[in-house]
Write a new protein. Structure first.
Length: 67
């Protein structure tokens, strides 16, 4: 993998991780204020989708090592 491509992936990872943290904070705030459960559940689904994208990008950077 080219250095520029890896740098782009790392930048995307950093953005996604920040967005994931933002969702976490938003969900906690929604729970604290007593927001409706359906909205909280939707936010949790979006957060989980972000986690899946983060994992996929991490898999691109970290090579598979067969022991």
């Amino acid at each position: 993998m080219a250095d520029q491509e890896q740098a782009d992936i790392r930048l995307s990872l950093a953005r996604l991780r920040q967005e994931h943290e933002d969702y976490d904070a938003a969900i906690n705030a929604m729970i604290a204020t007593g927001c409706e459960a359906l909205r909280i559940q939707r936010m949790k689904k979006k957060k989980l989708a972000l986690k899946d994208r983060i994992t996929a990008l991490e898999d691109q950077i970290i090579p598979d090592i067969i022991a």
